[in-house]
Design a protein around this ligand. Structure first.
Ligand code: ADP
Ligand code: NI
Length: 221
């Protein structure tokens, strides 16, 4: 096993083992494993992809007061501290910088195939059954309502308004999760996203039926 990968795994496992918002070590491990699978299928550099997947949430803007540059810097510094070469650390930091979702109206382009693999893997973990579970874990952690029928979803047009949003968790499906299937960067990611998307649509129809609002609440799914 590659030594840098082993050290990163141990560090992230120790740091995130009891995180309660759905950004725990098992999220990182699932992203690492999906990113590796996508990288192999897409012919990307597997070492860079795995290191970036492991470090992608090392200092997340959602938990550090909104600083988006802290993650890439922390990933870069950590890799240097464990003996990585500067080019490798820079490649990983560039990927960490390109993973995060920034709002419905904001493009998040990637500059390498490895970044595409990690962005797709992270987004796959935001949808499907696990995505549903993670969204409500995050909402609970931040003290959000499950659902408010009067609180209309807002497709955020800039990162600042997306970050500032404090809406009910159901809105997050319309503001991010249902959009991800069409924003996958790789063919492998696109193929994996379809079933997970269909499960979320089904979940929402059922949720709205049980609540007693129109199953078309929120519009197109
Ligand atoms: P990203 O960097 O794209 O936000 P992460 O891996 O850090 O990706 O985690 C995103 C996950 O956090 C979402 O998929 C969701 O589960 C949760 N999350 C983030 N914002 C919200 C929100 N406003 N409401 C509910 N869940 C949220
Ligand atoms: Ni993540």
């Amino acid at each position: 096993m590659n030594e840098l990968i082993s050290i990163c795994e141990a560090e992230m496992k120790a740091k995130f083992s009891d995180e309660g918002s759905g950004h725990d070590w098992f999220h990182i491990l699932r992203v690492r494993n999906s990113a590796e699978k996508i990288a192999v299928a897409e012919g990307a550099n597997v070492e860079i992809t795995i290191l970036a997947a492991l470090l992608h949430d090392i200092d997340d803007h959602k938990f550090n007061g909104g600083d988006v540059k802290a993650g890439p810097i922390a990933a870069y510094n950590f890799l240097l501290s464990i003996g990585a070469k500067t080019d490798l650390a820079q490649s990983v930091a560039d990927i960490v910088d390109q993973v995060t979702f920034k709002g419905a109206g904001v493009d998040t382009p990637v500059t390498s195939i490895e970044a595409a693999c990690v962005q797709d893997a992270d987004r796959l973990d935001a949808i499907g059954a696990i995505g549903v579970a993670r969204a409500f874990a995050f909402g609970g952690c931040k003290g959000r309502l499950l659902f408010d029928p009067d609180d209309v979803p807002a497709p955020h047009q800039d990162f600042e308004s997306y970050k500032a949003n404090k809406g009910a968790t159901i809105n997050h499906f319309f503001e991010k999760l249902l959009l991800l299937k069409d924003r996958m960067q790789t063919n492998t990611g696109r193929a994996l996203a379809n079933d997970r998307h269909a499960f979320m649509q089904q979940f929402l129809f059922e949720f709205f039926d049980e609540w007693g609002v129109s199953r078309n609440w929120g519009g197109e799914k």
